[in-house]
Design a protein around this ligand. Structure first.
Ligand SMILES: NC(=O)c1ccc[n+]([C@@H]2O[C@H](COP(=O)([O-])OP(=O)(O)OC[C@H]3O[C@@H](n4cnc5c(N)ncnc54)[C@H](O)[C@@H]3O)[C@@H](O)[C@H]2O)c1
Length: 350
């Protein structure tokens, strides 16, 4: 467990409270190890995590993360010092981000009843636009330039697309690809080619593809069109914040960084960051963190407990008196964690 920075330190304890309640209710004994790796650690030691940090994590079943990043440490330092090395070293090439409009939550997009928006963004999590290939030249002169390369591999595209198609088989059998092959002339046509190869392997799945610009518009106007949306690292990142806003708040959006082969620990964290603007006030919405815990239970093959956490989240969200300020309410982070934990303890026999 890595709380990280900012509201990570406030929402992770609520996630643990809920997981422990689920553990008591469904007979799961958790053993947690706390790693105090954060921007504060960086300011003290010059590193976000120790040099052998990845080795320390390697033997665990799963990693439960809050968020990293805080003013005073450049964001690329905090992200590339902890989150991205974990995602890459452990081949967490799937970033799964479910999006659901739940009862009791007021969406800024009108006319969609609860349940009518239910999609999953499957974001490629190991390559793409987030690459270390590139550099800077002629610093501090008029000729200064920066080059950043995008890296798409056949292996990287094929495995994320297959994951998306397999996932669609458990859902509404529809996969949408996010592309931009009109403007980005090498990598994105390659992405489209690999998508059509994957689609041929799954003839029972309906497919479509949109350029990212109009896809973003459709996410707002027609979020009910989508089931599984497969996207590159950058596009998937942006679509998941957008879709989180469409269903009410970034504070509701969970995510799982998955190594499907289970060779390494997978990592579960909310989509949101450390929110320095509200950190320390006790008002962050812990639902994204709690729901990420449910995804962790699912991955650990504790599906009954996972479903119980999701049901409890749905019940609590249906009550506006337990909404945090991001949803227009007055409840605290702790109030929401307590309410979800209470629902789990009170749940009837599975
Ligand atoms: N996975 C991660 O660790 C991760 C992800 C994104 C951003 N970050 C880092 O977090 C820091 C802040 O980034 P940002 O401001 O772009 O994004 P952010 O997600 O932290 O915050 C964006 C906005 O959403 C609000 N918000 C976020 N989570 C919320 C919650 N649970 N409840 C209520 N409101 C919530 C914030 O108050 C803020 O107004 C940066 O250092 C960034 O690099 C880390």
């Amino acid at each position: 467990m890595i709380e990280g920075d900012g509201i990570g330190r406030e929402v992770v304890p609520e996630g643990l409270r809920v997981l422990e309640a689920a553990g008591r209710r469904y007979d799961i004994a958790f053993s947690w190890q706390h790693f105090d790796w954060s921007c504060q650690t960086y300011l003290k030691t010059g590193r976000m995590m120790p040099a052998d940090g990845l080795d320390q994590l390697r033997g665990f079943d799963a990693i439960y993360l809050g968020a990293v990043g805080y003013p005073g440490v450049p964001d690329h330092v905090s992200l590339w010092g902890l989150l991205i090395p974990i995602r890459r070293a452990f081949q967490l090439y799937v970033n799964l981000r479910p999006v659901r409009l739940l009862r009791g939550v007021d969406s800024p997009v009108k006319g969609f009843p609860p349940g009518s928006i239910d999609l999953c963004v499957v974001r490629e999590n190991n390559e793409g636009e987030y690459s270390e290939v590139g550099g800077r030249l002629y610093r501090n002169s008029d000729a200064e330039l920066a080059v950043q390369e995008t890296v798409f591999t056949r292996r990287g595209c094929d495995r994320i697309m297959r994951y998306a198609f397999d996932l669609a088989r458990t859902r509404k059998r529809h996969v949408t690809s996010a592309t931009k092959s009109n403007g980005i002339i090498h990598t994105m046509p390659f992405w489209d080619e690999r998508f059509s190869v994957a689609a041929k392997e799954f003839p029972d799945i309906r497919t479509d593809q949109y350029h990212i610009d109009i896809l973003a518009a459709h996410f707002v106007r027609h979020p009910d069109w989508f089931d599984v949306v497969v996207a590159s690292n950058l596009f998937g990142d942006m679509l998941s914040d957008l879709s989180a806003a469409v269903v009410g708040s970034i504070g509701l959006a969970p995510s799982a960084n998955i190594n499907p082969e289970r060779q390494y620990p997978s990592m579960f964290e909310p989509v949101h960051g450390s929110a320095p603007d509200i950190a320390g006030k006790g008002i962050a919405n812990p639902i994204a963190q709690i729901w990420s815990g449910a995804m962790m239970l699912q991955h650990l093959r504790e599906s009954t407990a996972a479903r119980a956490v999701e049901n409890a989240v749905e019940k609590v969200l249906a009550r506006p008196d337990i909404h945090t300020p991001d949803l227009g309410g007055k409840a605290s982070t702790r109030d929401v964690g307590d309410a979800v934990a209470h629902e789990i303890s009170a749940a009837s026999e599975p």
